[in-house]
Design a protein around this ligand. Sequence first.
Ligand SMILES: NC(=O)c1ccc[n+]([C@@H]2O[C@H](COP(=O)([O-])OP(=O)(O)OC[C@H]3O[C@@H](n4cnc5c(N)ncnc54)[C@H](O)[C@@H]3O)[C@@H](O)[C@H]2O)c1
Ligand SMILES: N[C@@H](CCC=O)C(=O)O
Length: 543
Amino acid sequence: MDAVTHVPEPANEPVLDYAPGSPERARLESALAEIGSSGPVELPHVIDGERVAGTGRRIAVRQPHAHRKVLGHLRNASVKEARSAVEAAKNAAPMWRELSFDDRAAVLLKAADLLAGPWRARINAATMLGQSKTAYQAEIDSACELIDFWRLNVHFARGILEQQPPLNSRGVWNRSDYRSLEGFVYAITPFNFTAIAGNLPTAPALMGNTVVWKPSPTQQFAASLTMQLLEEAGMPPGVINMVTGDGLNVSKVALADEDLAGIHFTGSTPTFQHLWQEVGSNLQRYRTYPRLVGETGGKDFIVAHPTADPDVLRTAMIRGAFEFQGQKCSAASRAYVPASLWKRIKGDLVEITNGLTQGDVTDLSNFMGAVIDDRAFAKHKDAIDRAYATRGIDVVAGGTYDDSVGYFVRPTVLEIKDAADESFRTEYFGPILSVHVYPDAQYDRVVDQMERFAPYGLTGSIIAQDRRVIADATKRLRFAAGNFYVNDKPTGAVVGQQPFGGGRASGTNDKAGAAQNLLRWTSVRSIKETFVPPKDHAYPHMG
Ligand SMILES: NC(=O)c1ccc[n+]([C@@H]2O[C@H](COP(=O)([O-])OP(=O)(O)OC[C@H]3O[C@@H](n4cnc5c(N)ncnc54)[C@H](O)[C@@H]3O)[C@@H](O)[C@H]2O)c1
Ligand SMILES: N[C@@H](CCC=O)C(=O)O
């Protein structure tokens, strides 16, 4: 029973390509048709394994590219449901932490296999319809990244448990006991990645914690399916308690609870800072210091050197800025391009950007869908309108928007004279790329200016051929990005390959899907056992 087992060797889940005629495409199209043709569903809270309708404000979950189509309805959690969720998590804690690691790991390994197989098309289709992702963007998120999170977290967690003190004095045996945190973990997840939503509650759960999970309302459709999948994988009632809605009442209850042991957050910088402040002001209430893990916003950069390959640069800009409508925290939203290169790439960049296909994501020929909701649409519209109204900014591609059918914002390139313009520091979280074109000789000045201009430190790329430039930029931009790319776009980190997260205003850099993150969800106890203990208090020097 107590054998130290080996967990299955992890490997990244292969990305399926959904080419015309492929079996995965047929499965996906049938899942899209099935969801698309069934009426709106109720998206209840799941507390202690029970579906709870709730009494709070009812909110429609819409398809962003066809906003008249409603996928389902949720209700904002009231204080009552928030209390029930916290109580359920606390009650389930002794049972869950007493289960062996292998039992907890088996739930996630089974969930990963279910997602890789029978659940794949359904969750991808839900992510496409609910978050307006193309087939490829859904596949790398809701299938591959989530499967990788679950499999690799088990692998990394096993590695942590194996870390034991290297030294034992004679007659002594030292051990490390990886305890869960004392209390419950509050997981709050963003709209843009089904994988992140699935990882944030399950990573602490793997380490023996029970969780209150509050998904984003605009991701709730896929989140509810993820919850069902976890139940099918054998997750016991009460381990993960999902409450829906805006989270205000959940925070009111959870952040004031003496047993709050941690927050696992991904979302915007202001939301995380607000949660941190609340925890700070409640500090004296808590039994233990809550662990605060937050991955937040970015203003991710591409710096091109005059030696850059123009095709590599253009492709990194288009894919990095516009895939999933620029709604990745890692999306390239500012680029610094030398004048000599800009002359060479501008024509193609503008033509390709203006030709990017956009529309309903069930039409698999589209490169892009819509932005997530009316609020995001309004923010991007304001940013584009401001660009038109500002001297020194040229809207060289895109620059249009239309919300009559869906929340469509055309991929937009702004050529901006002033490197200190606010669009080089503000996260719009949409398909808007600000480009500063600099005289080739001023490369060094530009790198110095951009390194600190935005408050964030999430992702960034250097595009250059000269090795000395790459080496120098890697050093000079060391703290400007937690994920740094050489001759590639700054998006698309793969679990187990490029552990993801950033510093400065971008978060606590605890690297999702890596051992660093899992360590935040365990509180180590050191056990020293002395086999033949001393029976006399005196030391030899006392004579
Ligand atoms: N660094 C990363 O790894 C990463 C990954 C994905 C997204 N992001 C960031 O997330 C942001 C976009 O996501 P979003 O729009 O969902 O962010 P958001 O901050 O608006 O919302 C995130 C979550 O917090 C919830 N929330 C907001 N206020 C709350 C409160 N007081 N109590 C409880 N919950 C509350 C929301 O309902 C949602 O579930 C961008 O800034 C993006 O850069 C970062
Ligand atoms: N990990 C993802 C971004 C997640 C944030 O939205 C990437 O690397 O593109």
